[in-house]
Write a protein that binds this ligand. Structure first.
Ligand SMILES: Nc1ncnc2c1ncn2[C@@H]1O[C@H](COP(=O)(O)OP(=O)(O)O)[C@@H](O)[C@H]1O
Ligand SMILES: [Mg+2]
Length: 314
């Protein structure tokens, strides 16, 4: 009973979600390594503010795409909010500046100022990932996401992103009140687009992101959990929200499961875990559940990660 549909050739993005500390990075690494060893060019990205790709692969990775291993085409990226914000500025800075400077006497620092709005880089994260996927440099991207709360927020981000962009420009449009009259006709100097066309472009991008994350053929969601009360609770919340938003979770990994109990301590733990595994199996009878046993050793280095891959793809 291993993962299903994750290694299909159509899959371009695999999102690994779950509560903090349940094994997201471990599973994402195992999946990425297996796909790379299958001959595909793979990028594993972590956006967790406490990145640990470097630790698990025992290789300094950092915030530029770096090849992890010589034997296969596996690349890693620990994306920081700085780098996402930088990309955001490159992408939208000129347009925002163009819009605003056509009505107000502002210098380019204005773009920096908008960029300091809370959440901008988070909102742009999906767009950043989409660009990486669609950029075509990789066959598949494995995204080790930040803990659960963020995964849920993620769904609202394209919309938030749009309202942020619109709010910033509308604020200035209102100050220079005549904009309503001229918005369809005034062409901005540089791009020769009308203001409405620029805003429509942002709207289209936000819709494209939503479409992108809902395409169940190319994007797969995998949730990692542990068989404990809190793990089950968080899993129900995350899966519930994802599915309310028309995103299907096909695979659930139950990690840290005690395989054999040879002392009282582990017998009790195993009995406790079995109750929760049973509960998860009942709730998610329609999903593929994969058990990952608790290893006696640390999961570090390519061979240990390969072991995880072997257990996930049986
Ligand atoms: N099946 C397992 N057996 C043993 N240790 C594990 C297992 N899965 C994860 N770990 C360890 O648990 C810790 C948390 O895992 P990690 O993948 O970093 O979680 P997350 O990314 O969800 O915060 C790490 O030290 C990792 O090596
Ligand atoms: Mg992690």
């Amino acid at each position: 009973m291993g993962l299903v549909n994750i290694d299909n050739k159509d899959v371009k993005l695999i999102m690994v979600g779950g509560k903090g500390g349940v094994g997201k990075t471990t599973c994402a690494s195992g999946i990425a390594l297996k796909l790379a060893r299958d001959g595909r060019k793979v990028l594993i990205i972590t956006s967790d503010p406490a990145p640990s790709l470097s630790d698990i692969f025992e290789k300094e990775i950092g915030d530029t795409e770096k090849r992890i291993h010589d034997s296969c085409e596996l690349y890693g990226l620990e994306v920081s909010s700085d780098i996402v914000l930088k990309r955001w500025k490159e992408r939208f800075g000129p347009e925002i500046y163009e819009v605003v400077s056509s009505f107000a006497n502002v210098d380019y620092d204005f773009v920096e100022y908008i960029g300091t709005a809370p959440g901008i880089e988070e909102e742009y994260m999906l767009s950043f990932i989409m660009e990486l996927v669609e950029g075509g440099s990789y066959d598949v991207v494995v995204w080790d996401t930040a803990p659960a709360g963020h995964t849920l927020r993620l769904l609202k981000l394209p919309q938030l992103f749009l309202s942020h962009m619109e709010a910033a420009t509308k604020f200035y449009m209102n100050i220079y009140g005549y904009i309503e009259k001229v918005k369809d006709t005034v062409r901005l100097k540089e791009s020769k687009k009308t203001l409405l066309q620029i805003i429509a472009g942002w709207e289209a991008l936000s819709e494209r992101i939503v479409e992108f994350i809902r395409d169940g053929r190319s994007v797969k969601y995998l949730i990692v959990t542990i068989p404990e009360a809190l793990g089950v609770k968080m899993t129900n919340r995350v899966i519930g929200e994802l599915e309310q938003n028309h995103l299907t979770v096909e695979n659930l990994v139950i990690n840290n499961v005690v395989e054999e109990a040879d002392c009282e301590f582990h017998r009790q733990r195993k009995a406790m875990q079995e109750r929760y595994i049973e509960e998860l199996s009942k709730t998610y009878g329609n999903k593929n559940l994969t058990i990952l046993y608790l290893a006696p050793h640390e999961i570090k280095g390519v061979e240990k990660i390969a072991g995880i891959a072997g257990a996930l793809f049986v």
